[in-house]
Design a protein around this ligand. Structure first.
Ligand SMILES: *Cc1c(COP(=O)(O)O)cnc(C)c1O
Length: 407
């Protein structure tokens, strides 16, 4: 009963050094119980018992490693944290109840009143709200700049700048940031460089290789990939993750063991799913570009994309999300969306099922007309999160949308 976590690992960490992310997705982090189960066990327990009062005291004092209470640690959650950390190539993962909880916990643990943040304008809408509305109340000021405008990043740096935050590729226009350049800027400013790697996952892009200090995920998207659970994770060096963990343990937005188990299962198929998403998205982007009803397609896999070369250096695939404009405005975009019959009309992304959305009136509907214009969110813009259905069947469904515009 007193074996350490390391002694329970199904495969010792040293045996997984240097193996590919495809193998880590299936093998890293699994802890076996005495039953020698092949699939990961799930531990839906809120607390843990001790052999004696002395052992309880030793656990609480931190003299003996081990579980106390599932807001602190839980073996299923730890397995998920270890697996995603191995895949990203980071030292430690800290799982959270949602992607937003991952971002909040990072900020609460590592920022204080008076600090300054620089954030790319095209981030997930709620991330924008978190910085602009809530963190601002606690004296953390955020400047929003263009993801690709390096001059703007340089000009925004102040002596109090402590954190640079990006998503790359961006949502929904698939702009790509030069991570090495931003990492160097952050280092020079004494700030942390944080990358939300939700769109690529470690299968397609590993931001630590380009100088990121912290990688964040909404596990809700591709890591699950099948629309079942909300969750998030922060990955980074031990010293920083100890701070994030400390906040999480005190504030409480932790991941449930059941969700961790679903995400562990999700990670096992992540590499093959990501390849299928990329293949379908590239095929559809190329096909959409040839359609007369389509004005412009935004996908970093297209050679016409302004950051195609940069994306090719940073990513091993271009991802499953693309967007495009149709000739006309909101009426035409809505007609296109409403004419599809199989594709789901929903703002979620990263699912095996293809989803379609009108960013201007959903995910980015809160933005002022000026902010929309600055972010390139036009009325005729449509976003697709391409799933893993047959690409021919997806074309058939999208053709219904195109046909609605030809009448
Ligand atoms: C969805 C999303 C989030 C927020 O994640 P939740 O799990 O919904 O809290 C953060 N960043 C990106 C890029 C997202 O797509």
């Amino acid at each position: 009963m007193t074996l350490s976590r390391e002694e329970h690992l199904a495969i010792p960490e040293s045996d997984l050094e240097g193996v590919s992310v495809d193998t880590l997705a299936v093998r890293a982090g699994q802890v076996r119980t005495g039953q020698l189960e092949h699939s990961d066990a799930i531990f839906p327990t809120s607390s843990f018992v001790y052999g004696s009062a002395a052992q309880a005291a030793a656990r609480f004092a931190g003299d003996e490693p081990g579980n106390i209470y599932s807001r602190f640690t839980n073996p299923t959650v730890q397995a998920f944290e270890a697996r995603i950390a191995a895949m990203e190539g980071g030292e430690r993962g800290v799982a959270t109840s949602s992607g937003m909880a991952a971002i909040l916990s990072t900020c609460m643990a590592l920022l204080k009143s008076g600090d300054h943040v620089i954030c790319s304008r095209g981030v997930f809408g709620t991330t924008n709200v978190l910085f602009q509305k809530y963190l601002a109340r606690f004296g953390v000021d955020t400047t929003f700049v263009s993801l690709t405008g390096f001059d703007e990043w340089q000009a925004a740096v102040r002596p109090e700048t402590r954190l640079l935050f990006i998503e790359t590729p961006s949502n929904p226009l698939c702009e790509v940031a030069d991570m090495s350049a931003l990492a160097a800027l952050a280092r020079g400013a004494g700030a942390l460089f944080v990358v939300d790697n939700c769109f690529c996952t470690p299968v397609l892009q590993r931001p630590f290789e380009f100088g990121a200090d912290i990688v964040i995920h909404s596990a809700t998207k591709y890591l699950d990939g099948q629309g079942r659970c909300i969750g998030g994770v922060v990955v980074g060096p031990d010293n920083l993750m100890q701070e994030v963990y400390g906040f999480l343990r005190s504030a409480g937005p932790t991941m449930s063991p059941f969700n961790a188990w679903v995400f562990l299962k999700g990670l096992e198929t992540l590499p093959i799913r990501m390849r299928a998403h990329c293949e379908n998205a590239l095929e559809l982007a190329t096909w959409l570009q040839r359609q007369p009803q389509v004005e412009q397609v935004f996908y970093a896999g297209l050679e016409s994309h302004p950051q195609h070369q940069l994306a090719s250096r940073q990513q091993s695939g271009f991802g499953g999300v693309l967007s495009f404009t149709v000739h006309g405005g909101k009426r035409e975009a809505w007609s296109f969306i409403d004419a599809t019959r199989m594709i789901s009309i929903t703002a979620n992304l990263g699912d095996v099922k293809t989803t379609i959305t009108h960013p201007g009136t959903t995910t980015h509907g809160r933005l002022s007309p000026e902010d929309k214009a600055a972010a390139g969110i036009t009325d005729s813009l449509i976003r697709l999160s391409v799933g893993i259905e047959s690409v021919e069947d997806l074309k058939t469904d999208l053709q219904r949308g195109l046909s609605a515009l030809s009448d």
